[in-house]
Design a binder for this molecule. Sequence first.
Ligand SMILES: NC(=O)c1ccc[n+]([C@@H]2O[C@H](COP(=O)([O-])OP(=O)(O)OC[C@H]3O[C@@H](n4cnc5c(N)ncnc54)[C@H](OP(=O)(O)O)[C@@H]3O)[C@@H](O)[C@H]2O)c1
Length: 253
Amino acid sequence: MLNSLFDVQGRTAIVTGASSGLGRTFARGLHAAGANVVVVGRRQSLIDALAGDLGEGAVGVVADVATTSGREQILEAALDRWSTVSILVNNAGTTVDTRPDARDEDLDEFARVIQVNLTGLFGLTQLVGRHMASNGGGSIVNIGSIYGIVASTGGASYVASKGAVHSLTKELAVQWGGVGIRVNAIAPGWFPSDMTKHVFDTPGGQRMLERQVPLGRGGREDELLGALLFLCSDASSYCTGHLLVVDGGYTAR
Ligand SMILES: NC(=O)c1ccc[n+]([C@@H]2O[C@H](COP(=O)([O-])OP(=O)(O)OC[C@H]3O[C@@H](n4cnc5c(N)ncnc54)[C@H](OP(=O)(O)O)[C@@H]3O)[C@@H](O)[C@H]2O)c1
């Protein structure tokens, strides 16, 4: 029984934002654990490279989660290949390039961040949720952030979008528990990726991590995989509406 606790063998997972960073690691991890993976992103060369590298059990979809047609394309590609989807990892995300004072944050930029991080996530979740509800249920994992819990002091749109993702997770969990869909979220702390280069690649950023993270460092790529596998698999079968914080203790202060 223990051996099969974290089993995702033969299940089909959609992972958005898989062209780089955390999403690429999530796709690799789920694939290594035996799931079929649909890897999604806008950068064709990176998606093709990942799908090609994973080989059997992987399909790449070049699509924008912020558009209706992109979201439809993602589900269609998954169903064309494997007929059913039982895991959705809503990881695609963006932020503002600079870290503006909220008094200066451009409203179009604010709307763009919300469109990708929240509206796009919800739109894809609706589509996949309808499918899961009539196909035996499933597990949805939303990637939130510690900056949906505490202030970030730079990027009101990002913080607002992630706080909303955490609330949405609970709402969907309560609405969809009866149709067998579990909805949980992970709130990562600082992990190396394109989005966090400004921290990981600078001495000032490294000093901030040493000072502000109780474990004294940023996370390593593979340190989110345990949380992801837990929430995707039957190991968390009695867990829904949960926010799993993986942050080296950052928000425990
Ligand atoms: N790294 C951290 O420390 C950290 C901490 C907390 C939360 N997070 C969250 O983790 C998630 C992944 O971020 P990351 O750190 O790995 O950054 P990243 O390397 O910049 O990855 C972001 C991913 O999202 C994809 N994406 C962005 N807009 C998209 C769109 N409209 N449609 C489809 N895909 C889109 C990007 O692919 P394309 O450009 O190819 O579309 C890319 O694969 C985000 O939700 C982020 O907020 C990260």
